[in-house]
Design a protein around this ligand. Structure first.
Ligand SMILES: [Zn+2]
Length: 257
């Protein structure tokens, strides 16, 4: 497929998507020029899916040592403890930089949720975990409603599905359910990271936390990945409202149990 053709197909679904290299260059130069960030003192973290397809879309080529928060679907499974550990590892006088988001493939035919992987002759699902979750959310009328049950042998997938369950109706009834489940996953990752950062606020001894979030779009091996950036923010740690864990004994309903 020609370069322009793949770009056209991607932009039908993601009009703002740009090539991965372009995004990396743009945001790193923004950080250096507009925010005077010293990249040698940045501790890079990722909350993206474990899928090997995402390697080229992140900033690892430029920034070393990512602290890996993500797992299947890109959710930050390392949670509050992981965020505290990350906060403690930032170099003195440095900044935090968290890159996050789900991913979705697009194949030669322009079909979303599918991709041709390196060394393979057939397409497969991308994100596989999200497409599996979608398959399980869609139940036929004569089928029992699927309920993701906690499982020690598959806890990331189950937690991913449980996080998506409240949005099942919107996802399944969307014109493009594969896109909808990916977009919803982006929102979930975004919210969780901001929540963990707020909970861990006092553990950050740096001044700034940089967030860069988007949907990674995987193409075939002959093209680079694209990214639809959804959020770029440079937060001053002092401006973040700390969140304490909720003590429900203060709730009226609790007192009236
Ligand atoms: Zn994935």
């Amino acid at each position: 497929m020609e370069f322009k053709e793949i770009e056209k197909r991607i932009q039908q679904f993601y009009p703002g998507a740009v090539a991965g290299d372009e995004a990396v260059e743009k945001y790193l130069s923004k950080l250096q020029k507009e925010h005077q960030v010293d990249l040698t003192k940045v501790l890079f973290a990722t909350s993206i899916c474990s899928d090997d397809a995402n390697f080229s879309a992140d900033f690892s080529k430029v920034l070393s040592r990512p602290f890996v928060m993500g797992g299947l679907g890109g959710l930050p499974y390392t949670g509050f403890t992981g965020m505290v550990a990350y906060a403690h590892h930032i170099p003195d006088g440095g900044d935090a930089f968290i890159f996050y988001g789900p991913h979705i493939g697009i194949n030669e035919e322009g079909e979303l949720g599918r991709m041709r992987r390196i060394g393979q002759s057939a397409d497969s699902n991308s994100c596989g975990a999200l497409m599996l979750a979608l398959d399980r959310l869609i139940t036929e009328e004569d089928e029992e409603v699927y309920v993701p049950m906690a499982s020690e042998v598959d806890y990331q997938q189950i937690l991913l599905e449980r996080s998506l369950m409240p949005f099942k109706h919107d996802i399944v009834n969307s014109a493009f359910p594969k896109k909808a489940i990916t977009d919803k996953t982006y929102d979930i990752i975004h919210k969780l990271l901001h929540k963990y950062v707020a909970m861990a606020k006092n553990e950050f001894h740096c001044q700034r936390i940089i967030f860069l979030g988007g949907v990674i779009i995987n193409t075939d091996p002959n093209h680079q990945d694209y990214i639809d950036i959804r959020n770029f923010e440079v937060l001053n740690v002092s401006d973040i409202k700390a969140v304490k864990s909720v003590d429900m004994t203060h709730m009226k309903a609790f007192k009236e149990l």
